[in-house]
Design a protein around this ligand. Structure first.
Ligand code: ATP
Ligand code: MG
Length: 432
């Protein structure tokens, strides 16, 4: 026999009558007397397989009949047209071998969310999870390629740090020999240090935040794409952001269109995403919210309901700029035109999905920064090195952080951010 081993998505397109070999896991199984109907899956797709007594040695037929769902198998046989089969082809087995037999699989249809999370190491085999992970890989590849083409240099910041970047309340503490250190909440400060030699840098690394609030958009460990660039203001930074996000969406549409179609009702809204994104100031947002009946006043941070209201009718992402100083961290630069606010912007995904990027121009004035650190009661000692960046050739610069799982949640239209990461970490879960 002249066998061609190919991924299922490829072999299903061979002409009927082709002799092929498929490897994968049993996705569905049903038998009636002398025929076993299987659906086989691999990383690329699924194919229908029929195993008929008499077409192969009896022992192999029995192996096929007795194999449980999720057993790994190798099937040889011939392809036939079958309009009702997924992909329009059926593989009729002439040889069948079980490589790893499966015990009864603990996940069946209609499981509770909790059980699926307990069995996450098995549930990630599902077609939904597989599709999401492929979209995520495309999103990250799209980002990296765009950044390389635009001359940003990828760097590797530390994950153990003595700095409390986003304020102390959501820090994970660790014993570090005779000291206490924190898991990184953001690589921003290290990226800032790196622009003095490299000018345009980014990192893609986990950030850790002890978020106690149980929301559908917070993880305690998430993948953070952070960028810092010298010589640019926050307006120019917004242009970088809208191009980067568009490149990520385009890559997902190019490489994982089928997965997106499988996951969401309509991919039309994703096709419409292109620069320029809409820009409104925080003050305009507050006016809009008040007109809609929200009881928010100037100076309050925007929460999920407000972000939802701002973007509910929008087809493209929206930048909200110029937040009041009291809403944002100490390192942001005061806006020249409206000194009550920072030169900053959050990017909100359309249709109510909420924040995907937080960014700003950074303060470069040493005395202003010292005053703010003191005001906020932050430990100066830990920030000494960071303050040096303002002492030795300080330069105008801006940066931002993008949550990869937030983008994936939006693209895949997921209810909860935990489905945008294979092994989610939340307040209630660090297993498996
Ligand atoms: P939020 O107000 O939604 O908690 P944030 O203002 O704390 O976000 P930043 O500190 O600006 O967020 O972080 C930059 C980006 O990182 C956010 O825009 C978001 O995409 C992502 N991000 C922040 N916290 C989380 C989290 N707990 N889980 C997943 N992604 C997050
Ligand atoms: Mg937060």
């Amino acid at each position: 026999m002249n066998m061609t081993f190919l991924p299922i998505s490829k072999l299903i397109h061979l002409p009927s009558d082709s002799e092929v070999e498929a490897r994968g896991w049993i996705y569905r199984a049903r038998s009636s007397g002398a025929i076993v109907f299987l659906v086989l899956r691999d990383s690329s797709g699924i194919i229908q397989v029929t195993v008929k007594k008499g077409n192969l040695p009896d022992l192999e037929f029995e192996a096929a009949r007795d194999a449980a769902v999720e057993s790994s198998v190798v099937v040889q046989g011939r392809l036939f047209e079958d309009k009702r089969a997924p992909g329009g082809k059926e593989l009729r087995a002439s040889a069948f071998k079980v490589l790893g037999s499966a015990q009864p699989f603990p996940i069946t249809e209609y499981q509770s969310e909790e059980l699926l999370l307990d069995q996450r190491h098995l549930w990630i085999r599902s077609r939904e999870q597989t599709a999401v992970m492929k979209v995520k890989a495309a999103v990250m590849a799209g980002a990296r390629d765009w950044l390389r083409e635009n001359e940003f240099i990828e760097v590797t910041p530390p994950m153990l740090t003595q700095n409390a970047c986003e304020g102390g309340t959501t820090l994970f503490k660790l014993n570090y020999f005779d000291r206490e250190v924190f898991l990184s909440q953001s690589s921003q400060m290290y990226l800032e240090a790196l622009i003095f030699s490299l000018e345009r840098v980014y990192s893609l690394a986990p950030s850790f935040r002890a978020e106690k609030s149980r929301t559908s958009r917070h993880l305690t460990e998430f993948w953070h794409l952070e960028l810092e660039a010298a010589w640019i203001d926050y307006r120019k930074s917004m242009e970088v952001q809208e191009q980067l996000v568009t490149a990520m969406v385009q890559r997902a549409l190019r490489d994982t269109r089928e997965e997106l179609v499988h996951l969401r009702k309509d991919i039309g809204p994703l096709e419409a995403i292109a620069p320029p994104f809409k820009r409104i100031t925080y003050s305009q947002a507050i006016e809009k919210l008040q007109a809609l009946g929200h009881g928010i006043t100037w100076g309050c941070d925007l929460g999920a309901p407000e972000e939802r209201a701002i973007t509910a009718d929008e087809a493209v992402p929206v930048f909200v700029t110029n937040f009041p100083k009291e809403c944002k961290p100490f390192y942001m630069k005061e806006d020249q035109e409206d000194p009550r606010t920072y030169a900053c912007a959050d990017l909100l995904a359309p249709a109510g999905f909420g924040e995907i990027i937080g960014g700003s121009e950074r303060e470069v004035d040493l005395s202003k920064m010292l005053a703010r650190l003191e005001e906020q009661g932050l430990c100066l000692e830990a920030y000494e090195w960071y303050l040096d960046l303002r002492r030795y050739g300080s330069v105008p610069h801006s940066g931002f952080g993008l949550g990869i799982e937030r983008v994936v949640k939006f693209l895949c239209d997921l209810e909860h951010i935990r489905d945008a990461i294979p092994f989610p970490r939340t307040v209630s879960r660090a297993y498996p």
